[in-house]
Write a protein that binds this ligand. Structure first.
Ligand code: DX5
Ligand code: ZN
Length: 219
Protein backbone atom coordinates (compact mmCIF):
# COMPACT_ATOMS: atom_id res chain seq x y z
CA UNK A 1 0.00 0.00 0.00
CA UNK A 2 1.22 3.49 -0.80
CA UNK A 3 1.79 5.83 2.13
CA UNK A 4 1.78 9.62 2.02
CA UNK A 5 4.14 11.45 4.40
CA UNK A 6 3.73 15.25 4.49
CA UNK A 7 6.93 17.06 5.46
CA UNK A 8 6.48 19.69 8.15
CA UNK A 9 9.48 21.56 6.75
CA UNK A 10 6.90 23.41 4.65
CA UNK A 11 4.60 24.07 7.64
CA UNK A 12 4.36 27.27 9.70
CA UNK A 13 6.46 26.47 12.79
CA UNK A 14 4.52 29.03 14.85
CA UNK A 15 1.36 27.08 14.07
CA UNK A 16 2.82 23.61 14.00
CA UNK A 17 -0.01 21.88 15.84
CA UNK A 18 -2.58 23.44 13.50
CA UNK A 19 -0.50 22.39 10.49
CA UNK A 20 -0.17 18.82 11.79
CA UNK A 21 -3.98 18.61 12.22
CA UNK A 22 -4.33 19.70 8.60
CA UNK A 23 -2.49 16.60 7.36
CA UNK A 24 -3.89 13.94 9.68
CA UNK A 25 -5.55 12.19 6.73
CA UNK A 26 -2.03 11.23 5.60
CA UNK A 27 -0.26 8.08 6.80
CA UNK A 28 2.99 9.37 8.27
CA UNK A 29 4.41 12.72 9.39
CA UNK A 30 7.87 13.44 7.97
CA UNK A 31 10.20 15.52 10.18
CA UNK A 32 13.39 16.91 8.61
CA UNK A 33 16.27 17.33 11.05
CA UNK A 34 19.22 19.32 9.64
CA UNK A 35 22.43 20.19 11.44
CA UNK A 36 24.00 22.89 9.27
CA UNK A 37 26.99 20.58 8.58
CA UNK A 38 25.73 17.56 6.65
CA UNK A 39 23.48 19.98 4.76
CA UNK A 40 23.72 23.79 4.46
CA UNK A 41 20.59 24.42 6.54
CA UNK A 42 19.40 24.08 10.15
CA UNK A 43 15.87 23.04 11.09
CA UNK A 44 14.57 21.33 14.22
CA UNK A 45 15.88 18.83 16.77
CA UNK A 46 15.00 16.53 19.64
CA UNK A 47 12.73 18.90 21.68
CA UNK A 48 10.53 19.57 18.67
CA UNK A 49 10.09 15.85 17.99
CA UNK A 50 9.19 15.35 21.68
CA UNK A 51 6.61 18.17 21.51
CA UNK A 52 5.08 16.77 18.32
CA UNK A 53 4.87 13.33 19.96
CA UNK A 54 2.78 14.77 22.79
CA UNK A 55 0.24 16.24 20.34
CA UNK A 56 -0.29 13.57 17.69
CA UNK A 57 -0.62 9.82 17.30
CA UNK A 58 0.66 9.99 13.73
CA UNK A 59 3.60 7.76 12.79
CA UNK A 60 6.69 9.98 13.10
CA UNK A 61 9.13 9.45 10.23
CA UNK A 62 12.26 11.38 11.25
CA UNK A 63 14.81 12.11 8.51
CA UNK A 64 18.20 12.86 10.07
CA UNK A 65 20.39 15.03 7.84
CA UNK A 66 23.18 15.21 10.41
CA UNK A 67 26.85 14.20 10.57
CA UNK A 68 27.60 11.08 12.62
CA UNK A 69 23.95 10.48 13.51
CA UNK A 70 24.80 7.68 15.98
CA UNK A 71 25.38 10.47 18.54
CA UNK A 72 21.68 11.35 18.55
CA UNK A 73 19.81 8.09 17.99
CA UNK A 74 18.98 7.42 21.65
CA UNK A 75 17.66 10.96 22.10
CA UNK A 76 15.39 10.84 19.02
CA UNK A 77 14.09 7.38 20.00
CA UNK A 78 13.32 8.62 23.52
CA UNK A 79 11.62 11.70 22.04
CA UNK A 80 9.11 9.38 20.35
CA UNK A 81 10.25 8.84 16.76
CA UNK A 82 8.68 5.75 15.13
CA UNK A 83 11.27 5.52 12.35
CA UNK A 84 14.69 7.10 11.87
CA UNK A 85 16.56 7.53 8.60
CA UNK A 86 20.33 8.04 8.67
CA UNK A 87 22.28 9.12 5.61
CA UNK A 88 24.87 6.66 4.31
CA UNK A 89 27.15 9.62 3.50
CA UNK A 90 27.05 10.91 7.09
CA UNK A 91 29.44 8.38 8.67
CA UNK A 92 31.70 5.39 8.08
CA UNK A 93 29.94 2.01 7.75
CA UNK A 94 30.70 1.12 11.37
CA UNK A 95 28.97 4.31 12.52
CA UNK A 96 25.93 3.54 10.35
CA UNK A 97 25.69 -0.02 11.70
CA UNK A 98 26.03 1.33 15.25
CA UNK A 99 23.21 3.81 14.61
CA UNK A 100 21.00 0.96 13.33
CA UNK A 101 21.92 -1.09 16.43
CA UNK A 102 20.71 1.72 18.69
CA UNK A 103 17.39 1.97 16.79
CA UNK A 104 16.95 -1.77 17.13
CA UNK A 105 17.60 -1.58 20.88
CA UNK A 106 14.79 0.97 21.18
CA UNK A 107 12.39 -0.93 18.91
CA UNK A 108 12.32 1.98 16.46
CA UNK A 109 12.12 1.30 12.72
CA UNK A 110 15.40 1.56 10.82
CA UNK A 111 16.13 3.29 7.52
CA UNK A 112 19.08 4.51 5.51
CA UNK A 113 18.90 7.48 3.15
CA UNK A 114 20.84 8.16 -0.07
CA UNK A 115 21.82 11.51 -1.54
CA UNK A 116 21.36 11.71 -5.32
CA UNK A 117 25.10 11.19 -5.89
CA UNK A 118 25.20 7.89 -3.98
CA UNK A 119 25.28 4.60 -5.88
CA UNK A 120 22.21 2.46 -5.07
CA UNK A 121 24.55 -0.50 -4.37
CA UNK A 122 25.57 1.32 -1.18
CA UNK A 123 22.38 0.02 0.51
CA UNK A 124 23.35 -3.63 0.06
CA UNK A 125 25.43 -4.14 3.24
CA UNK A 126 22.45 -2.93 5.33
CA UNK A 127 19.39 -3.96 3.37
CA UNK A 128 18.50 -7.19 5.14
CA UNK A 129 18.11 -5.43 8.49
CA UNK A 130 16.24 -2.35 7.24
CA UNK A 131 12.57 -1.37 7.44
CA UNK A 132 12.97 1.32 4.79
CA UNK A 133 15.31 2.87 2.24
CA UNK A 134 14.92 6.61 1.54
CA UNK A 135 15.98 7.74 -1.93
CA UNK A 136 16.41 11.52 -2.19
CA UNK A 137 14.97 12.95 -5.38
CA UNK A 138 16.54 16.37 -4.72
CA UNK A 139 19.78 17.38 -3.03
CA UNK A 140 18.90 17.34 0.71
CA UNK A 141 18.75 20.67 2.53
CA UNK A 142 15.74 22.61 1.31
CA UNK A 143 12.10 22.18 0.39
CA UNK A 144 10.61 23.39 -2.87
CA UNK A 145 13.34 22.15 -5.21
CA UNK A 146 12.89 20.65 -8.65
CA UNK A 147 12.50 16.88 -8.88
CA UNK A 148 15.57 15.12 -10.35
CA UNK A 149 14.40 12.76 -13.10
CA UNK A 150 17.75 10.98 -12.96
CA UNK A 151 16.73 9.55 -9.57
CA UNK A 152 14.07 7.35 -11.15
CA UNK A 153 16.86 4.93 -12.10
CA UNK A 154 18.04 4.84 -8.49
CA UNK A 155 14.48 4.08 -7.33
CA UNK A 156 14.25 1.23 -9.85
CA UNK A 157 17.60 -0.21 -8.76
CA UNK A 158 16.73 -0.04 -5.06
CA UNK A 159 13.32 -1.65 -5.75
CA UNK A 160 15.11 -4.55 -7.46
CA UNK A 161 17.41 -5.05 -4.48
CA UNK A 162 14.45 -4.89 -2.08
CA UNK A 163 12.52 -7.53 -4.02
CA UNK A 164 15.57 -9.76 -3.99
CA UNK A 165 16.84 -9.37 -0.43
CA UNK A 166 14.08 -7.92 1.79
CA UNK A 167 10.64 -7.63 0.15
CA UNK A 168 8.99 -6.22 3.30
CA UNK A 169 11.24 -3.14 3.22
CA UNK A 170 9.57 0.18 2.32
CA UNK A 171 11.01 2.49 -0.37
CA UNK A 172 10.48 6.16 0.38
CA UNK A 173 11.17 9.07 -1.96
CA UNK A 174 11.68 12.66 -0.87
CA UNK A 175 11.98 15.89 -2.84
CA UNK A 176 9.87 17.49 -5.55
CA UNK A 177 7.03 14.99 -5.16
CA UNK A 178 3.73 16.19 -6.67
CA UNK A 179 0.89 14.31 -8.40
CA UNK A 180 2.84 14.12 -11.68
CA UNK A 181 6.17 12.92 -10.26
CA UNK A 182 4.30 10.68 -7.79
CA UNK A 183 2.86 8.62 -10.60
CA UNK A 184 6.30 8.10 -12.13
CA UNK A 185 7.86 7.29 -8.77
CA UNK A 186 5.25 4.66 -7.95
CA UNK A 187 5.78 3.10 -11.36
CA UNK A 188 9.53 2.99 -10.63
CA UNK A 189 8.89 1.16 -7.35
CA UNK A 190 8.47 3.71 -4.53
CA UNK A 191 5.74 3.07 -1.95
CA UNK A 192 6.17 5.97 0.52
CA UNK A 193 5.88 9.53 -0.83
CA UNK A 194 7.19 12.50 1.17
CA UNK A 195 5.66 15.81 0.11
CA UNK A 196 6.31 19.24 1.60
CA UNK A 197 5.38 21.97 -0.86
CA UNK A 198 2.78 19.90 -2.72
CA UNK A 199 0.80 19.53 0.52
CA UNK A 200 1.46 22.73 2.46
CA UNK A 201 1.44 25.19 -0.41
CA UNK A 202 -1.96 23.89 -1.49
CA UNK A 203 -5.04 25.85 -0.41
CA UNK A 204 -6.46 22.61 0.98
CA UNK A 205 -3.75 20.22 2.30
CA UNK A 206 -6.23 17.34 2.79
CA UNK A 207 -7.29 17.64 -0.85
CA UNK A 208 -3.62 17.69 -1.90
CA UNK A 209 -3.05 14.45 0.05
CA UNK A 210 -6.07 12.89 -1.68
CA UNK A 211 -4.67 13.99 -5.05
CA UNK A 212 -1.32 12.35 -4.32
CA UNK A 213 -3.09 9.15 -3.31
CA UNK A 214 -5.16 9.18 -6.49
CA UNK A 215 -2.05 9.77 -8.64
CA UNK A 216 -0.25 6.92 -6.86
CA UNK A 217 -3.14 4.57 -7.56
CA UNK A 218 -3.03 5.23 -11.28
CA UNK A 219 -0.06 2.90 -11.40
C1 DX5 B 1 14.72 18.17 1.85
C2 DX5 B 1 13.83 17.43 2.79
C3 DX5 B 1 12.47 17.17 2.28
C4 DX5 B 1 11.65 18.41 1.94
C5 DX5 B 1 10.83 18.08 0.73
O1 DX5 B 1 16.03 18.02 2.23
O2 DX5 B 1 14.39 16.16 3.11
O3 DX5 B 1 11.72 16.32 3.14
O4 DX5 B 1 10.80 18.81 2.98
O5 DX5 B 1 10.20 19.22 0.30
P1 DX5 B 1 9.45 19.32 -1.12
O6 DX5 B 1 8.34 18.28 -1.09
O7 DX5 B 1 8.95 20.71 -1.13
O8 DX5 B 1 10.45 19.03 -2.19
ZN1 ZN C 1 13.10 14.73 4.24
Amino acid sequence: MVKIAPSILAADFCNLERDIRRVESADWLHVDVMDGAFVPNITVGVPVVASIRRRTEMFLDVHLMVEKPVRFIDAFCEAGADLLSVHLEADHPTGIQAALDRMEAHGVKKAVALRPITDPRAVLPYLERLDMVLVMTVEPGFGGQKFMDSQLDTVRAVREYIEKYNPACDLEVDGGVDPVTAERLIEAGANVLVAGSAVYRAADPAAAIAELRAAAQLK
